[in-house]
Design a protein around this ligand. Structure first.
Ligand SMILES: NC(=O)C1=CN([C@@H]2O[C@H](COP(=O)(O)OP(=O)(O)OC[C@H]3O[C@@H](n4cnc5c(N)ncnc54)[C@H](OP(=O)(O)O)[C@@H]3O)[C@@H](O)[C@H]2O)C=CC1
Ligand SMILES: CC(=O)[C@H](N)C(=O)O
Length: 268
C-alpha cells in the first residue's frame, strides 16, 4: 500500500451499470473511491450510499471523457495522486448502426471514450504504479473484442483495441507487482442498450447477466490472478485453446517468405 494512505480505487463511468457495481463492491472491500462520469448527481447519490454503508470516502469527479480538456484534467489528477492503487477503466459508449450511417459525433465518441481516454488514463497511473511496485488496472473490454458484429463494427474494433493494448501492457509490467486485468463481458443488463436499435428487451434473457454477477465474477478473476477474465464462459479451457491457436498463427507470420499460394503459377 502507498505510504500511509488508504487505497483509492478510481472507477470511470460509475454513474450507472457496471461502473456503479464496481464502486459498490470495491467500497465493501475497503477502498476509498474516486468516481468519474458526467452525471455528477448520480455519483453524489452513490457516494452518500457508500459513505453510509461502509464509511467510504468518495471523491466525485465530473468529467466528460469524450472531451480533451476533461481527459487531461483526470490524467493530471491521477498522475499526482499516490493513494490511487486501482484504476477501473469502465466508461464506455456503444453507438449502434451501420458504419456509414453513424454520425461523425457517434464515431468520435466511441473512439475517444473507449480508446483514447482509457489509454491516457492508464498511461497516467502506470509510472506511479511501477515506481511503487503495486497497483491494478482493470480494463473493461467486451466479448465483442473477439467477434465483430454488424451494427457494432466500430464498437467491436474499440474493444479489440482494449484487449490488444491490455495484453501488451501485461507483458510490459511482467516481473512487477503491477496487475493488468482485461474483462470481456457478454451482454450485461445496463443502460447502455437504452435508446439503441437493440434494446435489452430484444435480447434473449438467458444470455443477459446481471451487473452484480458480472462484477463479482470479474473481481473473483482478479483475486485468482487472471489477466483475462471472461465472466460468462464456463469452460476456461476454451480461452487457452483460442490463445494457443492465436499464438501459433502469429508465430507462422514470422517468416520472410510469401506463402506458396500467393506465388503466381504455384498451387495452394
Ligand atoms: N452492458 C453490456 O452488455 C456490456 C458493457 N460493456 C462495457 O462496460 C462498460 C460500462 O458500460 P455499462 O455499464 O454497460 O453501460 P452504462 O451506460 O450503464 O454505463 C456507462 C458509463 O460510462 C459513462 N460514460 C459514458 N460516456 C461518458 C463520457 N463521455 N464521459 C464520462 N463517462 C462516460 C456513463 O456515465 P455518464 O453518462 O454519467 O457520463 C456511465 O457511467 C462500457 O465500457 C461497455 O462498453 C462490455 C460488454 C458488455
Ligand atoms: C453491443 C454492446 O454494446 C454491448 N454492450 C457489448 O459490449 O456486448
Amino acid at each position: 500500500m502507498a505510504g500511509n494512505f488508504k487505497p483509492v480505487a478510481v472507477v470511470t463511468g460509475a454513474s450507472s451499470g457496471i461502473g456503479a457495481g464496481y464502486a459498490r463492491r470495491l467500497a465493501a472491500r475497503g477502498y476509498d473511491l474516486a468516481l468519474v462520469a458526467r452525471r455528477v448527481e448520480r455519483l453524489e447519490l452513490l457516494a452518500r450510499e457508500l459513505g453510509e454503508a461502509h464509511g467510504t470516502q468518495v471523491e466525485v469527479i465530473g468529467a466528460d471523457l469524450g472531451q480533451e480538456a476533461d481527459i487531461a484534467r483526470i490524467e493530471q489528477w491521477l498522475a499526482g495522486n499516490p493513494a490511487v492503487t486501482m484504476l477501473v477503466n469502465n466508461a464506455g459508449t456503444s453507438r449502434m448502426g451501420g458504419t456509414g450511417a453513424l454520425t461523425d459525433a457517434d464515431v468520435a465518441a466511441m473512439l475517444t471514450i473507449n480508446v483514447t481516454a482509457l489509454t491516457r488514463l492508464t498511461r497516467a497511473v502506470l509510472p506511479g504504479f511501477v515506481a511503487r511496485n503495486e497497483g491494478a488496472v482493470v480494463n473493461i473490454a467486451s466479448a465483442l473484442a473477439l467477434h465483430s458484429l454488424p451494427l457494432v463494427s466500430i464498437y467491436s474494433g474499440t474493444k479489440a483495441y482494449v484487449l490488444g493494448f491490455s495484453r501488451g501492457l501485461q507483458e510490459e509490467v511482467a516481473g512487477t507487482n503491477v496487475r493488468v486485468q482485461v474483462v470481456l463481458p457478454a451482454a450485461v443488463a445496463t443502460e447502455i442498450y437504452d435508446g439503441t436499435i437493440l434494446p435489452l428487451e430484444q435480447l434473449p434473457p438467458e444470455i443477459v447477466m446481471s451487473v452484480d454477477d458480472m462484477v463479482d465474477a470479474s473481481l473473483a478473476g482478479l483475486d485468482r490472478g487472471e489477466g483475462i477474465t471472461l465472466p460468462s464462459v464456463a469452460d476456461g479451457a476454451l480461452w487457452d485453446a483460442y490463445d494457443a491457436a492465436r499464438f501459433e498463427l502469429f508465430t507462422a507470420t514470422q517468416n520472410g517468405t510469401p506463402a506458396a499460394r500467393y506465388k503466381s503459377g504455384q498451387a495452394a
